[in-house]
Design a protein around this ligand. Structure first.
Ligand SMILES: CC(C)(COP(=O)(O)OP(=O)(O)OC[C@H]1O[C@@H](n2cnc3c(N)ncnc32)[C@H](O)[C@@H]1OP(=O)(O)O)[C@@H](O)C(=O)NCCC(=O)NCCS
Length: 198
């Protein structure tokens, strides 16, 4: 995660969240929905708005992301279709949004991460503990490998966020450095580019 809060969800009212990130690059967007064994990854739609409010207002989801936002503020400030930008995947289970996977290029970050694509993920607590985040992130990374082959991906998370640290390891991220920012110890990992098959 690039910043204290997840970027790209709030729109104008949360433009600060967009500092330090820009478009993914030269990629056709949106792709056709990506289907995994249990999930669908797709672009955000208006019907996802209540789930975005739930995600951003949840104290559990935002424990390591700067804290929850007041629900009434979110109801007012979120755009009609939140989280719609290249690299912003809504993750759907049985037709309903359960989380979000974000792939965004970092323009302001640790020096080792500037210019690289950053992976972020947020899932509703009721979906935790079933491997959905791992399944969705792996699919998003596979998609990235197919559209931008050879791209390294970075991931920053608080070291205290043990679920996120475990997920990063499962996805093949290796530690680049630890640092202190936003009043917390942070971990920066790198997923090396996939080796192209001969
Ligand atoms: C980080 C976060 C996405 C991790 O979610 P998660 O559900 O724990 O992650 P995974 O998808 O990897 O699932 C792993 C768990 O599912 C379990 N599991 C159950 N069935 C499984 C299956 N079929 N396949 C894989 N794992 C399965 C695993 O045993 C593991 O459980 P454990 O945590 O008790 O060891 C979630 O905690 C979250 O949204 N947090 C708030 C947002 C946040 O902090 N994001 C990080 C900022 S980048």
């Amino acid at each position: 995660m690039l910043l204290a809060h997840s970027p790209g969800l709030i729109g104008d009212a949360g433009a600060d969240w967009l500092a330090g990130v820009n478009e993914l690059g030269d990629v056709a967007w949106p792709p056709a929905p990506i289907r995994t064994e249990r999930l669908v990854l797709r672009e955000s739609e208006a019907r996802d708005r209540p789930a975005f409010v739930e995600l951003l207002a949840s104290p559990e989801v935002n424990t390591y992301l700067g804290g929850p936002r007041p629900r009434d503020e979110l109801e007012r400030a979120l755009p009609a279709v939140p989280g719609r930008f290249p690299g912003g995947f809504v993750v759907e289970l049985d037709g309903k949004m359960i989380g979000q996977v974000l792939l965004r290029r970092a323009t302001e970050h640790r020096p080792a991460a500037v210019g690289k694509i950053d992976l972020g993920y947020l899932f509703l607590p009721r979906s935790w503990g079933s491997g959905y985040a791992a399944e969705a992130c792996a699919a998003a990374l596979d998609w990235l490998d197919s559209v931008l082959p050879g791209e390294p991906v970075v991931l920053a998370t608080q070291t205290a966020n043990t679920s996120s640290m475990r997920l990063a390891a499962k996805l093949g991220f290796a530690e680049l450095e630890r640092f202190h920012a936003w009043d917390a110890d942070q971990w920066l990992g790198l997923r090396p580019p996939a080796v192209p098959s001969a």
